[in-house]
Design a protein around this ligand. Structure first.
Ligand SMILES: [Zn+2]
Ligand SMILES: [Zn+2]
Length: 114
């Protein structure tokens, strides 16, 4: 997400915050994946979400739209600790993980649970 009150025509890295932890992950040089309408998930949150939903196989469907794809899916979602309305669906978690792993720009690999 974008920090409130910014100049949308001159967005700085510090203005781009992870929707799920609220940190300026982009400015910190951490991996980020952009969703719809400027939503962002950072590599750290993606790791947590991936570990819980994919590795552990836990999590439940939520009656909310996914912040990343803006759709409601009948599949488990991960919920942000700082914002109960910020959820990411299993599909987006897997897609984002694949995207980050393929990226030559970032060193990120999915948690294996071992
Ligand atoms: Zn985050
Ligand atoms: Zn989604």
């Amino acid at each position: 997400m974008h920090r409130e009150g910014i100049n949308v025509n001159d967005v700085q890295p510090e203005d781009i915050l992870c929707d799920y932890c609220g940190r300026a992950a982009w400015a910190l040089g951490e991996p980020c994946i952009e969703g719809h309408e400027g939503s962002i998930v950072c590599g750290m949150c993606l790791s947590k979400a991936f570990a819980k939903l994919v590795v552990e196989g836990s999590g439940e469907p939520v009656d909310q739209v996914c912040r990343m794809c803006l759709e409601t899916r009948d599949q488990p979602s991960w919920i942000s600790k700082i914002d109960q309305e910020a959820t990411i669906c299993l599909r987006c978690i897997k897609q984002s993980a694949t995207t980050l792993e393929k990226s030559e720009h970032w060193e990120w690999s999915r948690p294996t649970g071992g």
